[in-house]
Design a binder for this molecule. Structure first.
Ligand SMILES: [Zn+2]
Length: 412
């Protein structure tokens, strides 16, 4: 058990069903009208931004709404929209401040002010009620007035955590569907850094994420770098196969677009849907694999997880790569369980033998391996050591971590 506690915030994405979907769009439209009013005010009156104002939100309200208190200052820039609920307006103002801030901070690099606003409305308290896993009531603008509308929610098989506190949900309108993004804040038992917890640990788990049938190769090492056990998570071929089928359909649709002008719109729609399916597929696999890794470590009371820092080694296509998503999910899932994920530069971890340090050669002797060289899963070194390349890379990576942390300790 750790001595240092903290919290994590994770956003859950729920499908939202509303019997009056046009009200959702209306509400978003009004939200962006208000947002853009305040954004433009900040643009045109830089003195508000540059002024002494610590409480920018309050200042903007005084200038546009006024104050109910005794000091009736003049409302210089009255908000031209009436009947806007207080917390709806505040959410929009905060969004305007956020966007304006990001414009200002990027101004030197040539960032342009925003012109078209498509922000997703955030529902502060007072704008929603009766929130459960199955539904929520939202205060919506129906074109004439604000009304409470009971909507249905679908958690998409991912139940919301108990004991967390729920923060303001955001309404995301995608093409033909509405989603509610709900950030959940949860306590975490152990948030110590790697350095802080390392002295008390007995072992660590190191993992690599090849993009073939093996989606993750894990090894457990003790602190002396001695191998204890391993786990290979397979199923990557099935994933790649499903993904390829969807990609082929997209390709086919693209080809048809060139030949059939009439159906372009329909085909584009279908491709958007297919792309979303690919994303969902990757997310599902990444969730499963990362969950399995976290459970594996938890059972063994391992709280340090070493992953490769591929950043430097990858090109632009890396976004597409499943391993990246697995690491991303691994980070927050591990964090929630009081573990820590640390990344280590890959260096030559895949190219040298973990037993003797000599350069390895890959050999195609494993049955079922593809013709392509990088698909070969076995290696051999000049001293005759043989094994699985991912296993070898994971051990090297774990040892590299141990070497780094020990050098740091000696220097510090
Ligand atoms: Zn060797």
């Amino acid at each position: 058990m750790g001595e240092k506690t903290g919290y994590s915030i994770i956003t859950y994405k729920l499908r939202l069903y509303c019997s009056q979907p046009q009200w959702l769009y209306e509400t978003k439209r009004v939200y962006n009208l208000i947002l853009s009013y305040y954004y433009r005010l900040l643009m045109e009156k830089p003195e508000i931004w540059d002024g002494p104002g610590q409480k920018l939100l309050r200042q903007l309200e005084l200038l546009t709404i006024g104050s109910r208190g005794q000091d009736k200052t003049e409302i210089l820039y009255p908000l031209p929209y009436e009947k806007i609920p207080l917390y709806f307006r505040r959410a929009a103002i905060n969004d305007a401040i956020r966007l304006f801030k990001s414009y200002r901070s990027g101004e030197e690099n040539g960032s342009q002010p925003a012109e078209d606003f498509q922000a997703a409305p955030i529902f502060y308290k007072g704008m929603y009620k009766d929130f459960t896993e199955a539904g929520i009531s939202l205060k919506l603008w129906n074109g004439e007035k604000w009304v409470w509308e009971a909507c249905t929610l679908d958690t998409c098989k991912r139940s919301l955590p108990e004991g967390g506190s729920y923060l303001s949900p955001t309404l995301k309108l995608e093409e033909k569907r509405a989603m509610l993004h709900v950030p959940v804040r949860q306590p975490v038992e152990d948030v110590r850094t790697v350095k802080e917890r390392f002295p008390g640990e007995k072992k660590l788990c190191s993992a690599v994420f090849p993009e073939n049938d093996c989606m993750a190769a894990l090894v457990v090492l003790n602190k002396a770098g001695i191998y204890e056990e391993s786990l290979f998570i397979r199923g990557g071929k099935q994933f790649l196969h499903k993904k390829k089928r969807l990609l082929n359909r997209i390709q086919k649709n693209r080809a048809s677009m060139g030949m059939d002008n009439q159906r372009v719109g329909q085909l584009e729609e279908e491709n958007k849907y297919l792309k979303r399916k690919i994303r969902n597929l990757s997310e599902n696999y990444a969730h499963k694999v990362s969950r399995r890794i976290v459970d594996f470590c938890k059972e063994r009371e391992i709280s340090i997880l070493v992953v490769p820092n591929y950043k430097a080694a990858l090109n632009g296509n890396s976004y597409d790569w499943l391993g990246r998503r697995i690491i991303q999910y691994l980070r927050y899932k591990a964090f929630q369980e009081g573990m820590v994920v640390t990344s280590v530069g890959v260096g030559n971890t895949a190219f040298v033998c973990y037993q003797c340090g000599q350069a390895v050669k890959r050999s195609p002797e494993t049955p079922g391996c593809g013709r392509n060289y990088s698909g070969w899963e076995n290696y051999i070194c000049p001293n005759g050591h043989k094994g699985n390349v991912h296993f070898n890379a994971a051990i090297n990576l774990g040892r590299r971590f141990l070497k780094n942390i020990k050098t740091e300790k000696n220097n510090g």
